[in-house]
Design a protein around this ligand. Structure first.
Ligand SMILES: O=C(O)c1cc(=O)[nH]c(=O)n1[C@@H]1O[C@H](COP(=O)(O)O)[C@@H](O)[C@H]1O
Length: 235
């Protein structure tokens, strides 16, 4: 898997996606999330793949183990590079997800890397403690989920930059820390709560960054992407 910044294609339909992608003259690493996948279905993944882009399919599965296992078996056939579940679904669910992916990966192809969301980057510590009734610090909760994810045999987690270094120390450098909530210095945080810049992410232990609106909402998305790449690669 390459380590280019992952662009979140949070668009309502195929039309906006290809209008955006045709501005770039290079293979990208992109994320297809719920908004796009639920409108366009699996065909959008095939069409983006045909253009040579690497794909993170972000559907954040969270259900009983059998359901997630079966869903993953089908999704593996799409030939994506990276996919996720919610760690809160539990260890048997994560193990099921992995088995499903392995069963669905066709001969000669590589199994998609599987990561688990710990605490969403839109969640604050206070919100987690009040709403989820978790009596830990946010950092402790994320680390707990990271360890559980590693025990289940997955390849890494989604977390914020703020927890990435601690996860690397506990789970090892090879365990992926995929970090959304990336903003340029002074940029609008929107609904994100635990944010960082691309250079801060590299410095503080991210393996991969996910960048959406800072690129897709920019007046010049190609320039914005270049700027993100320079900051990410400069460290
Ligand atoms: O799994 C994810 O990709 C994800 C997890 C998380 O904790 N926070 C988070 O923002 N994301 C996704 O990352 C993207 C961030 O988008 P921007 O906030 O526009 O950069 C969105 O597509 C989210 O769905």
């Amino acid at each position: 898997m390459n380590n280019k910044p992952i662009i979140a294609l949070d668009f309502p339909s195929e039309k906006e996606v290809f209008n955006f992608l045709q501005k770039f003259n290079e293979p990208l690493f992109v994320k297809v999330g719920m908004e796009l996948y639920m409108q366009e279905g699996p065909s959008i993944v095939n069409k983006i793949k045909e253009q040579g882009h690497a794909i993170f399919l972000d559907l954040k599965l969270h259900d009983i183990p059998n359901t997630v296992q079966s869903a993953m078996k089908g999704l593996a056939r799409l030939g994506i590079d990276l996919i996720n579940v919610h760690a809160a679904g539990g260890r048997p669910m994560m193990e099921g997800a992995l088995e499903g992916l392995e069963a669905g990966t066709t001969a000669g192809n590589k199994r998609p890397a599987l990561i688990a969301v710990t605490q969403l980057t839109s969640t604050t510590e206070e919100q987690m403690q009040v709403e989820q009734k978790i009596v830990l610090s946010l950092q402790e909760s994320v680390l707990h989920y990271a360890k559980l994810t590693k025990e289940a045999g997955l390849d890494g987690v989604v977390c914020s930059v703020h927890e990435a270094q601690a996860i690397a120390e506990v789970c090892g450098e090879d365990f992926l820390r995929v970090t959304p909530g990336i903003r340029m210095l002074g940029g609008d945080a929107h609904d994100q709560k635990r944010i960082a810049t691309p250079d801060g992410a590299k410095r503080d232990g991210s393996s991969l960054i996910v960048v959406g609106r800072a690129i897709t909402g920019a007046a010049n998305p190609v320039e914005a992407y270049k700027e993100v790449c320079q900051l990410w690669e400069a460290q």
